[in-house]
Design a binder for this molecule. Structure first.
Ligand code: S3P
Length: 168
């Protein structure tokens, strides 16, 4: 299959890995969060002015568009592939890989990035507790996809590992 889609929790490296993997394989690259920002403005502003449901509906529109794409690597927002509508549209069109990390690693990465881009954490009184809670809720959803561990591995190592699976 020449369509690869990366899912996984915030801070698992989906965007960085996806962009580099697309380069390595000579495929197009789409980042669903970036597409939403281009079309509708910042994720913080969308969550605060229109609400999370509006953001999820923007994600669903993008899933419809992605179902027709070929030769593309897609990096998704952390909840994109936990939505039944998006799953139904995309599982048969994409090889779906879940990038995985434990809560401590995720907390270090997202807190280092800054949580501003991630309203679900920025609005939490205790972002680390919120990460734990969301991970517990979502773990089963991610487990349906092929897991690739990211802990202790550089972006380049993860990309090299994935690229060998897709050498054509
Ligand atoms: C979200 C993750 C974010 C972004 C939005 C919601 C989530 O993307 O889509 O803030 O619900 O997990 P990243 O996973 O790229 O941080």
């Amino acid at each position: 299959m020449n369509n690869i889609l990366l899912t996984g929790f915030m801070g698992t490296g989906k965007s960085s890995v996806g962009r580099a993997l697309a380069d390595a394989l000579g495929l197009d690259f789409v980042d669903t969060d970036e597409l939403i920002i281009e079309r509708h403005g910042s994720i913080e502003a969308i969550f605060h002015t229109l609400g999370e449901q509006a953001f999820r509906s923007m994600e669903r529109t993008i899933a419809v568009e992605l179902s027709d794409r070929r030769n593309v690597v897609v990096s998704t927002g952390g909840r994109f592939m936990l939505d039944d509508h998006n799953i139904d549209l995309l599982v048969s069109e994409y090889d779906v890989i879940a990038l995985v990390a434990d809560a401590t690693t995720i907390a270090k990465r997202v807190l280092a990035d800054g949580v501003a881009m991630r309203p679900l954490l920025a609005d939490a009184a205790d972002p680390v507790a919120r990460i734990d809670e969301l991970l517990a809720e979502r773990r089963h959803g991610y487990e349906r996809f092929t897991a690739v561990d990211t802990v202790g591995r550089s972006i380049a190592e993860i990309v090299a590992d994935l690229a060998t699976r897709y050498v054509r």
